[in-house]
Design a protein around this ligand. Sequence first.
Ligand code: V0V
Length: 144
Amino acid sequence: MRRIDHVGIAVPDLDEALAFYEKTFGLVAEHEEVNEEQGVREAMLVPADGDPGTARLQLLAPLRPDSAIGKFLDRSGPGIQQMAYTVDDVDETSAELRAKGLRLLYDAPRRGTAGSRINFVHPKDAGGVLVELVEPGGLDHSSD
Ligand code: V0V
C-alpha cells in the first residue's frame, strides 16, 4: 500500500453534498464522473488550498436503487461506505491478499475513477470495512 487514496461517502444527492462540503469544510471537486458499471455519480474532493498529495474525499451518489451505493443508503443511510488505498499494481496486491485468505470482489480489476483500475476486499474479511484498492490511471492528480 502506498497511502490512503480516498475515503468514500455515500450520499443521496451529489449536488447537495458538494455544496455542503464546500460551504462547510472548504473542499472542492477536482474531478467528477459517472461510472455506469458501478452505478454511481461521483466526485473527488480536495481542500481548496491543501497539500496536493492529500487523501481525497469521494462522494458517491447512486444511479439506481439496486446499485452498491443504493443498497448501502437503504440499509445504513448516508455515511462512510469505503476506505481506499493507493497501490502500485492492483493485480499484484489482489493476489497477495487472496493468498492471505481474503476475498476480493472481482476476479479481475474493473475501471474506477479517472482511469484507475480497482478491486475491493469483502468487508467481512476486513473488519467490517469495505476496502478498495486503487491503481491510479493517467488522470490521477494526487502526485502532481
Ligand atoms: C455491505 N456490508 C458492508 C458494506 N456493504 N459493510 C461495511 N461497508 C460496506 N460498504 C455488509 C452488510 O451490512 C452485510 O452485513 C454484509 O456486508 C453483506 O451484505 P450484502 O447485503 O450481501 O451485500 P450487498 O449486496 O450490500 O453488497 C455489499 C458489497 C457491494 C460490498 C459486496 O457493496 C459491492 O459489490 N461493493 C463494491 C463496489 C462498490 O462499492 N461500488 C460503489 C463505489 P451483515 O448484515 O451480513 O452483517 S464505486 C467506486 O468506489 C469507484 C468508481 C472508485 O472509487 O473509483
